[in-house]
Design a protein around this ligand. Structure first.
Ligand SMILES: Cc1cc2nc3c(=O)[nH]c(=O)nc-3n(C[C@H](O)[C@H](O)[C@H](O)COP(=O)(O)OP(=O)(O)OC[C@H]3O[C@@H](n4cnc5c(N)ncnc54)[C@H](O)[C@@H]3O)c2cc1C
Length: 389
């Protein structure tokens, strides 16, 4: 593999960490990367990733993490995704999408009980935002929670939930006060998926990400004790928005991984495949595609690291995370598609994993905020900067 690690953007410790992680991925994931695409990922593998410390780089030491920050999480996301995208989607859904709201808004008791087992890989988490009638417009959420004595009773459906049928816990969002705008009437809950009334309607059949499970879930009078309310009552929308900043930055890291492996395969193939008496890399129609891929990967890395570094400094990154996710996910689709084109017929076969990366990458301008919604957010932040109220 080409050494990108001399890049001046990274610290020496980050470079060392990445090399160790690459060795782990080569040993534990690469040999079964095609096999696990039949899904679901073996639970044992997630446990191994957790035990090796790659679930908790951005979590506190008190919950089994290493407290290194989001700049390390994007390295993990890139490296595991460069081997198998669905596996990292499952890992990230557990430790980042589920884990970050608990880390940032949970009580010490909640973190000990519901975050630590996820960080060490013993338990699996998921996040429940999307519903059959609610996607981009999260404020239109239909799932309701009503008070019953000291408990809350949750009713509703959650759709396209990564890890849904595998998870032990869900960070679920629901409306607790339908009489006010959902920005003030939404709350977050930690739900034990073994609770009566929690059921899996089905696992969705997907184009890609086949090593993960993505599920449609039903909450039918699910009783949740009040000590499993996450953060302040009525502040769920704020928790949700906060979560999306770290999620989008981490997804950008993944997208670089999906692009990188097909790029590497395409570079190598273009020097080995001969047509018209010369390697196809001699044709600008091929080699200029390689130039575009290299440029997009480097630019994507810089944007993603900028967002992560700002997050680690405690800065608000709604614009930077949106830019990083939008740029890298659109780039990943273009790169995987161009890499397949460079391999010609061979790229369309399963002899090479490019078709798998292309299928996986296609998700990423949809999940965690569509490309259209991200463009909306970026322009909104830009106008706010120019014309502060
Ligand atoms: C494999 C997979 C895994 C997922 N994992 C999770 C998960 O773990 N947890 C979870 O909660 N959700 C998850 N999701 C859901 C994902 O976040 C949503 O699919 C996404 O937010 C879009 O919502 P939607 O599919 O309902 O599309 P819609 O919101 O219905 O949008 C449909 C189209 O309309 C466009 N559109 C909508 N509103 C606007 C607007 N204002 N301006 C311009 N265009 C607009 C969209 O960009 C899109 O092109 C997952 C989805 C998939 C496919």
């Amino acid at each position: 593999m080409v050494d990108y690690l001399s890049n001046v953007l990274w610290t020496e410790d980050e470079i060392k960490f990445r090399k160790e992680l690459q060795a782990f991925c080569n040993k534990e994931i690469a040999p079964i990367a095609d096999e696990i695409d039949k899904g679901p990922y073996p639970r044992e593998l997630l446990r191994k990733i957790g035990k090796a410390g790659y679930m908790g780089v951005h979590h506190d030491k008190s919950v089994g993490g290493t407290n290194r920050g989001l700049s390390y999480e994007i390295i993990v996301a890139e490296e595991i995704s460069a081997v198998n995208g669905g596996l990292d989607m499952a890992r990230m859904a557990s430790t980042t999408l589920y884990g970050m709201p608990i880390a940032r808004f949970g009580t010490d008791e909640q973190k000990k009980k519901y975050l630590e087992p996820v960080v060490i890989g013993d338990k699996i988490g998921c996040i429940g935002i999307t519903e059959p009638d609610v996607g981009s417009d999260t404020a239109g959420m239909k799932t309701q929670a009503t008070k019953d004595g000291d408990d809350w009773i949750l009713n509703g459906e959650k759709r396209y939930i990564t890890n849904g049928s595998q998870a032990d816990y869900m960070c679920a969002f629901a409306i607790t006060d339908p009489n006010v705008k959902s920005k003030d009437g939404m709350s977050a809950f930690i739900v034990d998926t073994k609770t009566d009334g929690f059921s899996v309607v089905q696992d969705h059949d997907l184009l890609g990400m086949k090593s993960a499970r993505v599920s449609w879930l039903k909450l039918d009078n699910v009783r949740v004790p009040s000590d499993m309310v996450l953060g302040d009552l009525g502040k769920g929308f704020h928790i949700l928005m906060d979560e999306l900043d770290s999620e989008r930055t981490a997804i950008a890291g993944e997208a670089i991984g999906y692009g990188r492996t097909p790029y590497e395969i395409a570079v190598k193939y273009s020097t080995e495949r001969h047509q018209f008496g010369r390697p196809i890399s001699a044709f600008e129609g091929v080699s200029f595609k390689i130039a575009d891929m290299a440029m997009k990967l480097e630019a994507g890395r810089a944007l993603t690291l900028t967002a992560a570094r700002m997050y680690d400094k405690g800065q608000k990154i709604t614009k930077e995370a949106s830019i990083a996710k939008l740029y890298t996910t659109e780039a990943a689709i273009q790169i995987t598609n161009d890499a397949l084109q460079i391999l010609g017929g061979a790229g369309y076969t399963t002899d090479y994993p490019i078709e798998r990366f292309l299928r996986d990458a296609r998700l990423m301008t949809i999940g965690g905020g569509t490309a259209e919604i991200l463009r909306f957010l970026i322009q909104r932040e830009v106008y706010k900067e120019f014309f502060p109220r």
